[in-house]
Design a protein around this ligand. Structure first.
Ligand code: AMP
Ligand code: MG
Length: 431
């Protein structure tokens, strides 16, 4: 999809990363190379705000109005002059009523007040609202305000206190959430410019793979990676091009890579990138583009290819993920995800690491980052605690399915004792 050319070479980018060694690459260095190499897409489209949910805002949205537009009441009650209140109960004359959307036209004088509803415009002369429930003996004509129930200025919302005209309301790079849609609507904005959706092509490699609906021959496995990849890509808001299982044959692989490079912004493959792999995937990646093959200091994961592939004057970024089902998810989340967000022009906060007490000891070698699958819960003392889900083999997808978080054991970290605090990344939040 990308016009090729004008792209820095991977070698040039990698040489800027201190201590770069493709055969023993720390996670942080791999992330650094990827981030420096990736360029965002430029195309923008205009969408009605509802259709823009989950999309990346392409321009700052400046508020054309004050929100709220007028000073108004935060409560149902009585609007009055704070100066009328004193140390004794005061009886004020009720001069009328202000409703939300129907302001009171007159003035409110000294010794007077106005029945007012939440959201109604504050009448001229008033600066304070006493909530209904704090008043006594209210009737059509008058109401009693006991002493000490409010201070001057209470329960009044100011014009522009939510957002002043001319201020940025939502900034470029934001992945629009429900609150943003509401905020845009509150400004009267019906359409916004968003980055076009990222197109991501993916396929699985390996002669042992069978697609759903096919017979599972001796020694074969069902292709599960295309389903986890589909899920993760859709959650990120990508448009997906599922290219199926591609056989370990040079011609089939070349055709698949070329078609993907011509039609997608990014290509994600799984399998065939490990050092001992007896297949053609690596050769074809190297033939068609600027690709490096890494052994990453991590578990699961380790082998991964990254680069840019071209065909017919077009090109796409390539993430050659390992084949093992858990390794696919971990490398996707910790390498591809950030890169794809960057390509989309998104500017999200980094994934938050949350501390939790490990319920049991965890064996861990310093010198690599480990991503173990965990279940976050609450210990008896009220602190957050985490336990690892069963066997952590990189082919055991159940460990991932049962987990609600990933325990991140950092590069320099060693064994963890029961009761030690570890970092976790939650799978789900409010979305
Ligand atoms: P590879 O990286 O190609 O050596 O694959 C490593 C392991 O992952 C092998 O056991 C493969 O059978 C398995 N594997 C590779 N691709 C897939 C896939 N798409 N679905 C399920 N398992 C896979
Ligand atoms: Mg394979």
């Amino acid at each position: 999809m990308f016009e090729s050319g004008n792209h820095p070479s991977l070698d040039a980018v990698a040489s800027c990363v201190s201590g770069y060694d493709p055969n023993a690459l720390p996670v942080a260095s791999a992330q650094e190379v990827i981030q420096s190499f990736i360029r965002p897409i430029a195309a923008v489209e205009k969408l009605a705000i509802r259709a823009a949910l989950g999309r990346v805002l392409a321009q700052d949205i400046i508020s054309p109005i004050n929100v709220p537009a007028h000073d108004n009441s935060a409560m149902d009650g009585f609007a009055l002059r704070g100066g009328d209140l004193g140390a004794d109960p005061v009886r004020l004359r009720v001069v009328g009523t202000a409703f939300a959307g129907r302001a009171y036209a007159g003035e409110v004088g000294r010794g007077e007040c106005l029945r007012i509803m939440t959201g109604a415009v504050m009448p001229a002369g008033c600066d304070t609202v006493v909530p209904q429930e704090f008043t006594r003996d209210a009737d059509e004509q008058a109401v009693t305000i006991p002493p000490g129930v409010v201070r001057t200025g209470d329960n009044r919302r100011f014009a522009g206190e939510d957002l002043a005209a001319g201020q940025p309301a939502v900034v470029r790079g934001r992945i629009l959430r429900p609150a943003d849609l509401g905020l845009l609507a509150s400004l009267g904005i019906a359409e916004v410019p968003v980055q076009r959706r990222l197109r991501v092509a993916f396929f699985s490699t390996g002669d042992e793979l069978r697609s759903l609906g096919e017979t599972l021959d001796e020694g074969c496995v069902y292709d599960s990676n295309r389903y986890t990849l589909y899920g993760m890509l859709r959650r990120l808001g990508c448009e997906v091009i599922d290219m199926g299982v591609v056989r370990d044959e040079p011609a089939a692989l070349e055709a698949a890579f070329r078609s993907a490079a011509e039609n997608a912004d990014a290509i994600i493959t799984s399998g065939g990138v490990s050092v001992g792999a007896a297949d053609y995937t690596r050769d074809m990646m190297a033939k068609l583009g600027d690709v490096c093959f890494w052994t990453i200091g991590m578990r699961p994961g380790r082998p991964m290819a990254f680069g840019h592939i071209s065909s017919g004057g077009r090109g796409a970024y390539l993430f050659g993920l390992p084949g093992n089902p858990v390794a696919v998810m971990v490398t996707f989340y910790f390498f591809a995800r950030d890169a794809l967000l960057h390509m989309m022009g998104a500017n999200p906060d980094p994934l938050p690491l949350m501390p939790a007490v490990s319920e049991a000891p965890i064996r861990k070698k310093p010198g690599r980052t480990e991503y173990q699958r965990g279940i976050l819960g609450m210990a008896a003392d009220g602190r957050r605690s985490v336990r690892i889900t069963g066997s952590q083999g990189s082919g055991i997808l159940r460990s991932m399915s049962e987990a609600n978080c990933m325990v991140v054991l950092h590069h320099h970290q060693g064994n963890v004792a029961a009761g030690d605090v570890v970092d976790v990344v939650l799978f789900d939040g409010l979305t």
